[in-house]
Design a protein around this ligand. Structure first.
Ligand code: GUE
Length: 281
């Protein structure tokens, strides 16, 4: 058996065309959504990601506002950029590209953002609203994962989901999303302190690998027919390597590869958050 592809690229393209329609409806009301990005330093990976986000915006009709600061930027410099986007009526949502250079206080910058403009859904107020199950911008990768599974009809109600990784951008908020009544999954959140990861993964109907450990999930750990989503990336000998070993596709029922799976969904959900922020205004 070979797994069915959870095609994030195709699903994201479909979502983007739906968002383009909503942007047109907003235009008729005189509203143009605008995405801001704050990028500090010249990490080549971050440059590529940010450029991709601005390309996505152009495709959908969202204005984009770039604030690029040098590696030498001080906390006060980045705070000033945050304050400007908070105040800018043309910016309906924005992100601070992570990771920031080590001399900057990431937490203080995220907390300084206007939660209503938090396109990443990572502001403590918005993560708190997720805990409270109150409507708010949702974290992009977890939301993209849920939408991708729904698109392919992978059942979540009553399903056993194992999430590997407890990071703030993926694992931890994904557990919160999947345990809402609407999704109703049973979630096990595994991490580096988990004893016998394989015994947990083996029971899972859905496995989300977001630990950043190359080929952490191997074919022998996967229940036949399970859905396996590869979210981690690491560089091994200069090559991008996911958290899921290639032979998992021989056992799994569905696979979201990396690239081509969850990454494009993350980007599409960022656009959705920006459009929704504009619609709420
Ligand atoms: N504030 C903030 N928000 C983020 O959402 C954020 C961030 N910082 N820092 C870095 C990570 C990484 N990330 C990716 C999103 C999409 C792809 C993606 O679309 N990848 C393609 C391949 C690359 C491409 O085609 O451009 C794929 O998986 O098919 C990758 C990585 C968002 N991040």
């Amino acid at each position: 058996m070979t797994a069915r592809l959870l095609d994030g690229k195709a699903t994201a393209a479909k979502i983007k065309s739906e968002l383009a329609e909503r942007v047109k409806a907003l235009a008729a009301r005189g509203i143009t959504p605008g995405l801001g990005t704050i990028l500090v330093g010249d990490d080549p990976g971050s440059q590529i990601y940010v450029a991709g986000k601005h390309r996505d915006c152009a495709e959908v009709g969202i204005t984009s506002i770039r604030k690029d600061l040098p590696e030498s930027a001080t906390q006060a410099d980045v705070e000033a950029a945050v304050d400007e986007l908070n105040a800018d009526p043309a910016c309906t949502g924005y992100i601070v590209q992570l990771p920031l250079p080590r001399h900057l206080d990431t937490q203080a910058l995220i907390e300084r953002m206007d939660p209503a403009k938090d396109a990443d859904g990572l502001h403590p107020v918005n993560l708190g609203r997720l805990v409270h199950m109150v409507d708010a911008p949702l974290p992009c990768t977890p939301r993209g994962i849920v939408v991708l599974l729904q698109e392919y009809g992978v059942p979540l109600k009553g399903a056993e989901v194992v999430v590997v990784g407890r990071g703030i951008t993926v694992g931890r908020p994904l557990g919160l999303l999947l345990t809402r009544r609407a999704e109703n999954a049973t979630v096990t959140l595994c991490h580096t302190g988990t004893q016998d990861l394989a015994s947990h993964v083996r029971r899972a109907d859905v496995v989300v690998a977001a630990a950043g450990v190359p080929h952490l999930v191997t074919a022998d750990m996967v229940k036949p027919g399970a859905a396996v989503l590869d979210v981690g990336v690491s560089r091994v000998d200069g090559k991008l390597t996911g958290d899921v070993a290639p032979d998992v596709r021989e056992v799994a029922g569905f696979v979201a590869p990396n690239p081509g799976g969850v990454g494009p969904m993350t980007r599409a959900m960022l656009l959705a958050n920006v459009v929704e922020a504009a619609e709420r205004r």
